[in-house]
Design a protein around this ligand. Structure first.
Ligand code: IYR
Length: 221
């Protein structure tokens, strides 16, 4: 058990007169994010990816266990293998495994079993959840609130990449077990999301869909 040790909080506040403006500006920026499925092969410097993953690493997590691994892939051969693995699963998914109701729910997104972006985009970030961990002696330790923690970190990552001027796709081939071997991750880790990162292809189209208004997603009591 580690002891409770404290230090002074460094809280960088914002002058009250600027707070709403800052919030509005952030909303305007985030509203411009769109999930993209048509990527250009324009390269993205590794440093940008590193910085965005560092942002993800600032996320809160259960017991501060930080139960995540981000595997960042730019190697063409590895991307090809990932595409092959994903398309194999997706073929089964779209050929019936998903079921009619799920395929109906996806129809407006225009997705299918072809995933060329997994090779075209300059970076794939495979996001793994560490279902359990190991202490200094190698004993298995329980991790808490793992999906919540990894979900929050992934949100930070997507926001950071968007803010840096990059497009993303939260891709979820199911099941994703094939990623453990291709990414060299151990059995205690489960792939949750394969984030595709890069620039949109020239003339890229996106589904004509929008987000729910505040009244539909929030209640104030
Ligand atoms: N994993 C499939 C299907 C898919 C599922 C959901 I839920 C989406 O929001 C989008 C796609 C695919 O990536 O095509």
């Amino acid at each position: 058990m580690s002891p409770y040790v404290t230090m002074p909080l460094v809280f960088e506040g914002v002058p009250e007169a600027e707070m709403q403006g800052r919030a509005d500006a952030f909303l305007a920026r985030m509203r411009k994010r769109r999930t993209v499925r048509d990527f250009s092969d324009r390269p993205v410097p590794r440093e940008l990816i590193e910085t965005a993953v560092r942002v993800a690493g600032t996320a809160p997590s259960g017991a501060n266990q930080q139960p995540w691994s981000f595997v960042c892939i730019s190697d063409a051969q590895r991307k090809k293998l990932i595409r092959e693995g994903a398309e194999e699963e997706e073929r089964a998914f779209y050929a019936g495994r998903a079921g009619e109701e799920w395929l109906d729910a996806l129809a407006h997104l225009g997705t299918d079993d072809q995933k060329p972006f997994l090779e075209t985009a300059p970076w794939l970030i495979a996001i793994f959840a560490q279902r359990w961990g190991h202490d200094a002696e190698g004993n298995r330790i329980k991790h808490y609130y793992v999906p919540e923690s990894v979900g929050i970190a992934t949100g930070f990552l997507i926001a950071a990449l968007h803010d840096a001027g990059l497009a993303t796709l939260t891709h979820t081939p199911a099941p994703m077990n094939f990623l453990n071997e291709l990414c060299g991750r151990p059995d205690n880790e489960k792939a949750l999301i394969l984030l595709v990162v890069g620039y949109p292809k020239e003339g890229c189209l996106v589904p004509a869909i929008g987000k729910k208004p505040l009244e539909e997603i929030a209640t104030f009591l």
